[in-house]
Design a protein around this ligand. Structure first.
Ligand code: GLC
Length: 444
């Protein structure tokens, strides 16, 4: 990979030397790479805190090797954030409360700009407009708080249904379009595989722990059943309705039936562990699991595909919008090299490598037509609409209250999944709790 990058850099250097007119063409991806901006000529060290879910850490390290080639004076220390988004936010808030300069660049979740904006640098002050405008406008808008751009998009995410093509064929089943079809197919395959001796086999694995990931899964169930979006962009509460109550009851029935009892403690990597060992027919997960599942050491390489998640009726599918940005701390003592590093890591060339090596969704529309990317991850093309239409969590309307909203929501859903509460009571209580935070009751 280093070699590919070196070749690219060489080609660019040659192009610039041979065709001087290219030098002022600043609107192309290539132009950005003509001279990577390092932010300083001095020797400095910046610290980046980023994820290590799946191969995330390894891919970031490869990116940092490429950075070291172009900006050897800016060394980077990579610190791993916790796998749980919820725990990560708690940790970041401690750094920010202390106005700590320890971390310069933070990988922040798509739902956090409103919560963290006051601690982050306005990237508009440092980045060229072309660099910013290359990204999906909706994500730039999401990351802009009071006119300040607080994060440069690194990758986007949307929930997908992973399914075993070999097992659907074996049991003569079609990929499910509805939650009930999924439930039935999962049960058929689970019974069949267990009867053949695989006692560890499960129908459907997903993220059921009480954390941000459950907010994502549950919003998909709810929205794809016509139950609304937790809180509308206008601040109206949408949880206590028959569609939402019905799908949450249905999901609670999966626990211990088609999904392991322990699914209520699962995060992304727990689900992937069962799935990638060949012990599940279906999995709900983000795109990163694709590349890992197709790798040589995977038990299911070549035996699965991805599609949009089911809905209450065919065509009602919904995917929660996820994704991560790179942000620079206001308390950093090296703001310029920190911004330069963030811009490099999120550049088109780097997003391309991440898409090919790790199936991380680019945040730049053009890359969805890139042949090398489509060869490595064909679903970036076939499921483009899913990514474009992914349903956001109510983080813009809730702003700094978003984490409270999400915590109330996933706690309520978790209590239904574990059987502590029935869905109707849990949703009535949740509605009152969200109203206490200042959101409006829906009209009767
Ligand atoms: C993924 C998504 C992120 C979400 C998290 C929940 O990392 O990209 O937006 O909050 O999963 O577990």
């Amino acid at each position: 990979m280093l070699k590919r990058f070196a070749l690219l850099t060489l080609a660019i250097v040659l192009a610039v030397a041979l065709l001087p007119q290219l030098a002022d063409n600043s609107s192309t991806a290539v132009a950005q790479d003509e001279e990577v901006w390092c932010g300083t000529d001095e020797e400095v060290t910046v610290t980046l805190i980023a994820g290590s879910v799946g191969q995330e850490g390894e891919i970031a390290r490869q990116q940092l090797d490429r950075w070291a080639e172009v900006c050897p004076n800016v060394s980077v220390d990579l610190v791993a954030r916790p796998d749980s988004a919820t725990e990560t936010l708690g940790q970041y808030q401690q750094f920010f409360e202390a106005e700590s300069s320890e971390i310069d660049v933070y990988q922040i979740d798509v739902i956090w700009p409103g919560i963290l904006a006051e601690h982050l640098v306005d990237l508009n002050e440092y980045l060229d407009e072309e660099v910013v405008e290359a990204h999906f406008p909706a994500i730039i808008q999401n990351n802009t708080v009071d006119g300040r751009l607080v994060g440069i998009p690194w990758f986007t995410d949307a929930g997908l249904l992973y399914y075993r093509t070999d097992l659907l064929e074996k049991y003569e089943l079609d990929p499910p379009e509805t939650w009930t079809e999924l439930e039935e197919a999962a049960r058929t395959i689970q019974e069949g595989e267990r009867a053949e001796g695989n006692e560890d086999f499960w129908g459907f694995v997903w993220q059921g722990n009480a954390y941000e990931g459950l907010t994502c899964d549950a919003l998909e169930w709810q929205f794809s059943s016509g139950g609304g979006e937790i809180i509308t962009p206008d601040g109206v509460i949408e949880v206590n309705n028959p569609e939402t109550i019905a799908i949450f009851e249905q999901a609670s029935g999966w626990v211990g039936d088609i999904s392991p009892e322990g699914v209520t403690t699962f995060m992304e990597e727990d689900a992937r562990g069962v799935w990638q060992a060949g012990n599940a027919a279906f999995m709900r997960n983000w795109p990163y699991a694709y590349s890992l599942g197709q790798a040589e050491d995977s038990a299911i390489a070549g035996l699965f595909d991805v599609k949009e998640l089911p809905g209450a009726e065919p065509g009602m599918s919904a995917a929660t919008l996820g994704g991560w940005q790179l942000a620079v701390s206001r308390y950093s003592e090296n703001v310029e090299p920190a911004v330069a590093l963030a811009a490099f890591l999120a550049s088109p060339e780097e997003q391309k490598m991440r898409a090919i090596d790790g199936s991380y969704n680019p945040t730049i529309a053009d890359l969805y037509e890139d042949e090398d990317i489509l060869e490595a991850a064909p679903f970036f093309g076939s499921l483009y609409d899913v990514f474009i239409n992914a349903v956001p969590r109510p983080s813009t309307v809730a702003a700094e209250q978003y984490n409270d909203v999400s915590q109330l929501y996933y706690t309520a859903v978790h209590s239904i999944l574990t059987g502590e509460a029935d869905a109707q009571t849990a949703m009535e209580d949740l509605e009152l709790q969200l109203a206490d935070l200042g959101f409006e009751f829906p009209e009767e």
